[in-house]
Write a protein that binds this ligand. Structure first.
Ligand code: ZN
Length: 297
């Protein structure tokens, strides 16, 4: 029984090999990634969702998080003049902001930060922001509402495994009733998606459809089929803007959407990638499959 003898021996061979192999140089613990989370205005409950994002980042052990909360809607000009997020002190900026235009000085600082190599992550309604600010729309690729139309750029969707840019006239941004939906991978070799199941069920969320914008330098990593648009809508995107890296997910409508174990993993890995160009955060053991939603407490 040759086979039996070989399998009996194998553990010892493995042990001996391990004993002989030089110890790998232990990589120094990577420096924590400094995240700046922006909020303060949103047609969504940012006071509920920002703490969920912050907690998920910090619990991973990979990030430190500061939150910069903008002045309230229609705050006095003086309040705005005092709001100057220190973008360049951070590895990555995560936006949970959807509201009135930022002051010119903040816009300029933000454009410089991203084009100079800063990371940016756009979550859900942050892609509704700033329809009139061209550079912001180049940074996020596509967005919705706020009067967006064919002048904003093409629709972006996936058809038969290919990314389509459709210049057809029409409004940008729409969604049907909230529901659980299947996220389907288009690219599983990207560091963010490596190892993710080809299809996994996302917790109840708003499935944004018909987003449109400049759609330059954008790669679609994953999509979901919208019953409303009858198209495969981008759900995970990476972009480049100058030297900067951008991760954009239209998912994340509410607290229950953000408590999806899949969403949280996507956020952590997307944010690490935007900050560093690499992903070291492993997929969690409870990453959802196609059968059931997995939510974290
Ligand atoms: Zn929403």
């Amino acid at each position: 029984m040759k086979l039996l003898r070989l399998s009996t021996l194998l553990p010892f061979v493995a042990l001996a090999t391990a004993a002989l192999a030089p110890l790998p140089a232990r990589a120094a613990d990577p420096k924590p990634i400094r995240v700046l989370l922006l909020d303060g205005q949103n047609n969504h409950s940012w006071k509920t969702t920002s703490p969920i994002l912050k907690q998920a980042f910090e619990a991973s052990g990979r990030f430190t998080v500061d939150v910069s909360t903008s002045p309230e809607k229609n705050a006095a000009a003086e309040a705005w003049s005092q709001w100057n997020p220190a973008f360049t002190s951070y590895d990555v900026v995560v936006s949970n902001y959807n509201g009135q235009p930022w002051p010119d000085s903040v816009r300029t600082a933000f454009e410089k930060y991203v084009s100079g190599g800063g990371g940016f992550v756009c979550v859900h309604a942050a892609n509704n922001s700033f329809p009139e600010w061209l550079e912001y729309n180049r940074i996020i690729g596509i967005g919705g509402w706020g009067g967006r139309n064919e002048k904003s750029g093409p629709y972006l969707f996936v058809k038969e495994g290919k990314v389509v840019r459709d210049p057809a006239p029409g409004g940008g941004g729409s969604h049907g009733p909230q529901h659980e939906f299947m996220v389907e991978m288009l690219n599983t070799t990207h560091p963010i998606t490596a190892g993710m199941p080809a299809r996994w069920l996302h917790a109840k969320d708003e499935l944004y459809d018909s987003l449109r914008g400049p759609a330059e330098n954008v790669e679609v990593l994953a999509y979901a089929f919208s019953d409303k648009s009858k198209k495969n809508e981008p759900m995970m995107m990476t972009l480049s803007y100058g030297k900067g890296r951008v991760f954009h997910t239209p998912m994340g409508h509410a607290d229950y959407s953000m408590k999806c174990a899949g969403f949280q993993s996507v956020m952590l890995r997307g944010t690490e990638w935007a900050a560093t160009g690499n992903v070291t955060i492993p997929l969690p053991k409870n990453f959802p499959g196609a059968e059931a939603v997995v939510s974290v407490p």
